[in-house]
Design a binder for this molecule. Structure first.
Ligand code: ATP
Ligand code: PRP
Length: 212
């Protein structure tokens, strides 16, 4: 049995065409079913539905043989015990620094002021500001980062941006681009040895289906 860990929503939806290329069809729709283990048309392949931030934990500890996870989550979590054979080029967005449109970020950086930064991505933020030599106080949040500058909790946020609609709707502007984000295939290292043939076939099928 091969177990693939996916999160509901965009990663599930964007992985479906890759699975199809490998000849695999998921038999249930996670949006309508309450099941957490989904069968496929292949009796030897199943999909487990986990939170996006739990995918690396499942793969690392062998709860799943492989999974699909954002680069953001992977950097925050660490990659011990996993191979990352493919960038799947799905769930594409960017990690950015954003501030209120009336906050002079460049001046704050120039003055060397301590900047309060709210984010779910503390490791990415820590590395980014350390590289720039900017002093920051990091405030860990689990969601709705956009609210932090509007309520005075923080001066800036580090968050994912795709269309920019969320920032615009909250009178925030992007002031720094930290990195491009897409989702990767991650594979448990022990599973790759024990189930080499079926995993290799799946990795190869995914590789040939990746869109440029
Ligand atoms: P969790 O449920 O664990 O809190 P999450 O809510 O961030 O995670 P999703 O919103 O499903 O989970 O996002 C999954 C991945 O998709 C993210 O890790 C990121 O790599 C990517 N992503 C997030 N937002 C966007 C977006 N607006 N456009 C494109 N890709 C995105
Ligand atoms: C992510 C992210 C931003 C938003 C950015 O949230 O945390 O809030 O997407 O996307 P945008 O630039 O296109 O507005 P979330 O996963 O909640 O976004 P969703 O609304 O697409 O689910």
């Amino acid at each position: 049995m091969i177990t693939l860990a996916l999160s509901k929503g965009r990663i599930f939806e964007e992985t479906l065409p890759l699975l199809k290329a490998a000849g695999i069809q998921v038999l249930e729709d996670p949006e309508t079913s309450r099941k957490l283990i989904l069968g496929t048309n292949s009796p030897d392949v199943r999909v487990v539905l986990v939170r996006a931030s739990d995918v690396p934990t499942y793969v690392q500890h062998g709860g799943a043989d492989l999974g699909v996870v954002g680069r953001d989550v992977l950097i925050e979590h660490g990659v011990d015990g996993m191979y990352q054979p493919l960038d799947l080029n799905i769930a594409r967005c960017r990690m950015s620094v954003a501030v209120r449109d009336d906050f002079d970020y460049a001046a704050a950086v120039k003055q060397g002021s301590r900047i309060r930064v709210a984010t779910k991505y503390t490791e990415i933020a820590r590395q980014h500001f350390a590289d720039k030599g900017v002093h920051v106080d990091l405030i860990k949040l689990y969601g709705s980062m956009e609210l932090a500058p509007l309520t005075g909790l923080a001066d800036a946020i580090v968050d994912l941006v795709s269309t920019g609609n969320t920032l615009r709707a909250n009178h925030l502007v992007e002031v720094e681009h930290i990195m491009e984000i897409s989702s990767r295939l991650v594979v448990n290292q022990a599973a790759l040895k024990l189930k080499r043939e079926p995993l290799r076939r799946m990795i190869d099928a995914f590789a040939s289906a990746i869109q440029a």
